[in-house]
Design a protein around this ligand. Structure first.
Ligand SMILES: [Zn+2]
Length: 429
């Protein structure tokens, strides 16, 4: 374990300049403590504001505010939200360009998350949460600016607050409540009616999401137009988001053989029932549900709307291309480490393999591969393996992920031990 941490420091001192990187522990503790007390404060203020609501709505507001803030506090406690000073400072320097939205822009608090989803979102108390892994798909600072302007757009338009209001409105709507009660009374067709009620509620929310996304896009265009950044990069960003969930660097059985030094006789370990059911159509649509940036409407529709309003063809503007490139280069490795620190050992192993496919000699990724295999071995011993190596599902996993889960599901304890030893030996300097 000791060796492992030395390696981290070695890696960091290579990839980041010494003066910015702060080794974790103490700084982390103070940061966490301050952030949690700020969140507690905001939660208190929102819960207090619920008292001003009409009595039938008060309790629902109260519950919603509590659960929204408690889940944020949980993310801080779990270290999912973490300190990444270089990225935070960089994002702040870009946001400072949005001077036409002075107060809103100045008040934004930037938080970085280890969540692997390529996404960013606004909380209702004005915190912009940027998932570090988003950097892996952005091509330049201009696109990062477009993401931030879109999120600032949501903030300026108070979308999070409106969503909560809408939810409360739906759940206290007399007509809907009596409709639901009616359904309870009828014995026949109960399911069907309940389903259609549910559908109308979901549809209503989707319509709201759709409107919100288009409004935020328009707002981002307005914001970007008043900076040196190019508005056409908003279109490029939407284009990237459209295909961002389609895995571009899939693993093949051949990659497994190379990366894990398998023997050709091991080919049988890749067969599983589920793989044959795989279809490439709509491969990744399930992942879009939680995404605030690319849900509804489709990116294609949004591109068309923005295209008609665009018309500013500035050159791609960059305040600091060097920092962007540096952060982007570190992003995939950072993501491997983040998944490991969040104890998602299966995911971290998978990311390590994807990285090693492109960079076979990378020592950090090779070390992470070895550490993750060790964790899986421990998990096997404590009957926790299923937490990290889940059952492959063609509806949820890309073909490459299915191959990964099938292989690690098929291997015996002795085989896993062998992989752990091999990876360790390969890592010797
Ligand atoms: Zn959005």
């Amino acid at each position: 374990m000791k060796q492992f941490f030395c390696f981290f420091i070695f890696f960091y001192s290579l990839s980041r300049s010494q003066d910015i990187y702060r080794p974790t522990d103490t700084a982390n503790y103070i940061y966490k403590k301050d952030l949690i007390s700020k969140l507690q404060e905001d939660k208190k203020a929102f819960v207090q504001s619920a008292r001003l609501q009409p009595s039938d709505k008060r309790k629902i507001y109260n519950n919603l505010y509590n659960s929204i803030f408690d889940s944020l506090i949980r993310d801080v406690n779990n270290n999912e939200i973490y300190i990444y000073p270089k990225l935070e400072d960089y994002i702040r320097s870009i946001v400072s360009e949005f001077s036409s939205y002075g107060d809103n822009a100045k008040r934004l608090k930037i938080l970085i998350s280890r969540d692997e989803t390529k996404n960013a979102y606004m909380t209702m108390n004005g915190m912009l949460i940027f998932n570090q892994n988003f950097l892996t798909i952005l091509e330049n600072e201009n696109q990062l600016a477009a993401v931030l302007a879109h999120e600032l757009g949501h903030n300026v338009l108070a979308h999070s607050k409106n969503k909560v209001d809408k939810y409360v409105q739906i759940s206290t709507d007399d007509e809907l409540i009596s409709e639901a009660k009616q359904i309870k009374k009828h014995k026949f067709n109960k399911n069907k009616e309940a389903e259609s009620l549910l559908k109308s509620l979901v549809y209503d929310n989707q319509k709201k999401n759709r409107e919100d996304e288009i409004e935020a896009d328009k707002k981002s265009l307005e914001i970007i137009k008043q900076t040196k950044y190019s508005t056409s990069e908003i279109l490029r960003l939407l284009k990237i988001l459209e295909t961002s969930d389609i895995e571009k660097d899939s693993l093949t059985t051949e990659d497994f053989h190379k990366i894990l030094s398998l023997e050709s006789a091991d080919a049988r370990l890749f067969s599983g029932d589920n793989l044959s059911e795989y279809t490439s159509i709509d491969e990744n649509f399930f992942k879009w549900n939680i995404d605030s940036l690319k849900t509804h409407p489709s990116c294609e529709e949004r591109i068309n709307i923005v295209k008609n309003l665009e018309g500013n063809q500035n050159q791609v503007f960059e305040k600091n291309n060097l920092i962007f490139q540096e952060l982007k280069q570190a992003a995939e490795l950072e993501n491997i480490q983040n998944a490991y620190l969040l104890k998602n050992y299966g995911r971290s192993l998978y990311f390590s393999m994807l990285y090693l496919k492109k960079h076979p000699n990378d020592r950090f990724a090779a070390n992470m591969l070895s550490e993750n295999l060790k964790q899986l071995k421990t998990a096997r011993e404590s009957k926790n393996y299923g937490k990290y190596i889940i059952f492959p599902n063609p509806k949820e996993h890309s073909k490459s992920e299915q191959l990964f889960y099938t292989f690690f599901d098929n291997i015996s304890n002795a085989y896993l031990d062998k992989l752990v030893i091999q990876a360790k030996q390969k890592n010797k300097p």
